[in-house]
Design a protein around this ligand. Structure first.
Ligand code: MN
Length: 156
């Protein structure tokens, strides 16, 4: 009887440890990578998952923006696909209202359209970035997104 109780207690402890380990990684599918400051405002983490090469011509990475953090305005010569994997964020194309995006949303950034992407003020945001035909150029950085622009009208 004692043995069964001990086994039961150990099982409960292991289960508890297991669920704790899961909790600390919830929302984190890929490694966060390293902090970067160039061409971003606020705290941003970048991890390259697929580097440019001559077979796929495609750059894939994950970017995590802490609340309020965002990229500078920029363009992609061949466009970009963003898959939001966690949190809530903002994205905006020049001349349009800000689109609020959530985990599970897809963002298409057409070639050579000025835009930016980042986290909402009260939430972090993580997205996968896919840049196809990367031999045409990956990114051209422009200027920071001002607080006025970041706090501008939302489309949704
Ligand atoms: Mn972009």
């Amino acid at each position: 009887m004692k043995r069964i109780i001990i086994i039961a207690i150990i099982s409960i402890c292991l289960f508890h440890l297991g669920s704790q380990a899961q909790d600390t990684t919830s929302g984190t599918i890929f490694p966060k990578g390293t902090k970067t400051t160039a061409n971003f405002t606020g705290t941003v983490w970048v991890k390259t998952l697929v580097p440019i090469d001559s077979t796929f011509h495609c750059v894939v990475g994950t970017v995590t923006f802490e609340p309020g953090a965002r990229s500078y305005w920029h363009t992609h010569n061949a466009g970009q696909i963003l898959l939001v994997t966690d949190g809530t964020g903002y994205t905006q194309e020049k001349g349009k209202a800000i689109r609020v995006v959530h985990k599970g949303d897809t963002i298409i950034c057409p070639p050579n359209v000025e835009h930016w992407h980042g986290a909402a003020p009260g939430s972090s945001m993580t997205h996968i970035s896919i840049i196809p035909n990367a031999d045409k150029g990956v990114v051209t950085w422009l200027r920071p997104v001002t607080d006025q622009e970041y706090n501008g009208p939302k489309a949704n």
